[in-house]
Design a protein around this ligand. Structure first.
Ligand SMILES: [Zn+2]
Length: 237
């Protein structure tokens, strides 16, 4: 989370003004697909919110130095509100080994896809041992980022980002039972890939990938459901 000053036009006072806000900084550049911190350049909040967007911000990439345009909206929790990216230009490029067609999922979990793609490259190079560990690491990022984006009650960022918090502790916090079960299965098989003796020799890297594919589809459905719930709650006010 970073704090930035955005500009807007104050229609009541009839002058330009600024607004201090926290925002979740993007972590991938879709010009070059490098992950990592993006540099905030400038941004504005809309005086009157668009349908779903509250602000637009510009970020530069350290690697290719190109600019991405992020359409952002306010998220609220416990009287705290911050801006998060909803869509970005340029759009996320679909990945080579297509495990999802969903741009929403791609944009929400860039680090998962980055690690997944690296693991896939390792598998393509017949580096099966490394690929398996990579897929397990990808799962850890997906579970952590999912909980960060949709935290159940009592799950806080500090706990999720604490290196002492294990993947299995995090999986226990997942509320959707399908997502939880698939994550557990991937984590069991992933652990096999890192240990000397396999406990599930009948399963291999292909099983991990099959479970990850199912997991992603459930994550996508869950995201859609949460958006629907948000819409219904809005109507209640
Ligand atoms: Zn870039």
């Amino acid at each position: 989370m970073i704090s930035e000053t955005l500009s807007y036009y104050d229609f009541d006072e009839k002058h330009h003004s600024t607004y201090d806000v926290d925002l979740e900084e993007p972590r991938i550049c879709y010009h070059c697909n490098h992950t990592g911190e993006q540099i905030f350049v400038s941004g504005m909040v809309f005086s009157e919110a668009n349908e779903n967007e509250d602000a637009v911000c510009f970020f530069n990439c350290y690697y290719c130095q190109k600019t991405s345009i992020h359409f952002m909206s306010f998220k609220n929790r416990n009287n705290y509100s911050w801006l998060e990216t909803d869509s970005v230009l340029p759009k996320a490029k679909l990945i080579e080994n297509q495990i999802t067609q969903s741009n929403a999922v791609l944009e929400k979990f860039p680090e998962f896809f980055n690690i997944y793609n690296q693991s896939q490259k390792a598998q393509d190079e017949k580096l099966d041992q490394i690929a398996g560990m990579g897929f397990r690491k990808a799962l850890e990022f997906l579970v952590t980022d999912f909980l960060l984006s949709y935290p159940p009650d009592g799950v806080v960022e500090e706990w999720l980002k604490n290196p002492k918090t294990s993947l299995s502790n995090k999986i226990e916090k997942l509320e959707n039972q399908r997502i939880k079960k698939l994550s557990k299965a991937i984590s069991f098989l992933g652990n096999d890939e890192t240990h000397y003796t396999r406990r599930h020799p009948e399963h291999d890297v292909e099983s991990i990938k099959m479970f990850i594919k199912a997991l992603l589809s459930d994550v996508e459905n869950e995201m859609t459901l949460l958006e629907a719930e948000k819409l219904l709650n809005k109507g209640k006010k």
